[in-house]
Design a protein around this ligand. Structure first.
Ligand SMILES: [Zn+2]
Ligand SMILES: [Zn+2]
Length: 216
């Protein structure tokens, strides 16, 4: 039985993000998600808060989005902070030491900082690539590029919405195969490492992009 998880969600612990915990949980349920990974910029505070509250049966994977010198890396299954500003290889090592997996976030993004994806990056210990990210623009071109480059490396691909508002949670997600709705986080992490994951998703609607541009 596959499950559906949005592996890239921000809370109000990220700058210019107003998403509160209860709203995120309600929208996740409405979108039919089985779980979410909380990945705020350079902090695990948001993720840790979710672990303390009733999440209506939703699987919560704590995480972080680390700003490395080369671009953003998701640390999935992380409960201790990873410092910003380090090289990719060092960041990946620290994520692994903390028990997480390292994912190249929006690797081909134009308006965001991605680390790119090639053999050299793949050789630095990255576990997976975010093949689909709802917030990148232009969405279809960059998704095509990210997925093609990722498939050349043979790395597993995941999907996440990169939501900074609750209404966009679940626009992109990852189908994790052969795990149940009561799966432990470790099982999900192992499934991703083994490539038992398929990214799905669509772009943010225009009204969300315009609102973000004007800071409303
Ligand atoms: Zn990012
Ligand atoms: Zn993000």
């Amino acid at each position: 039985m596959p499950i559906k998880i949005d592996l890239h969600v921000h809370t109000y612990h990220s700058a210019d993000c107003s998403a509160g915990l209860e709203e995120i949980i309600a929208h996740s349920r409405r979108r039919g998600l089985d779980g979410i990974a909380i990945t705020d910029h350079d902090t695990v505070e948001g993720a840790l808060k979710f672990l303390e509250i009733d999440c209506d049966g939703l699987i919560i994977i704590p995480g972080i989005e680390v700003s490395t010198v080369a671009g953003h890396i998701l640390g999935i299954n992380i409960t201790s902070p990873i410092p910003a500003g380090l090289p990719v290889e060092e960041t990946v090592r620290r994520i692994h030491d903390a028990g997480g997996i390292a994912v190249a976030a929006h690797p081909s993004a134009v308006y965001k900082k991605g680390i790119g994806i090639n053999e050299e990056i793949a050789s630095q210990g990255i576990d997976a690539v975010e093949g689909i990210n709802s917030s990148v623009f232009p969405f279809f071109l960059l998704t095509y590029l990210s997925r093609r480059l990722a498939s050349r490396t043979g790395l597993p691909q995941i999907g996440g919405s990169d939501s900074h508002t609750p209404e966009t949670v679940g626009l992109a997600y990852t189908i994790i195969e052969n795990v149940g709705k009561d799966a432990e986080v470790e099982e999900i992490i192992n499934a991703i490492k083994e490539g038992r994951c398929i990214p799905h998703g669509r772009p943010f609607p225009w009204r969300v992009r315009i609102r973000r541009l004007y800071g409303d």
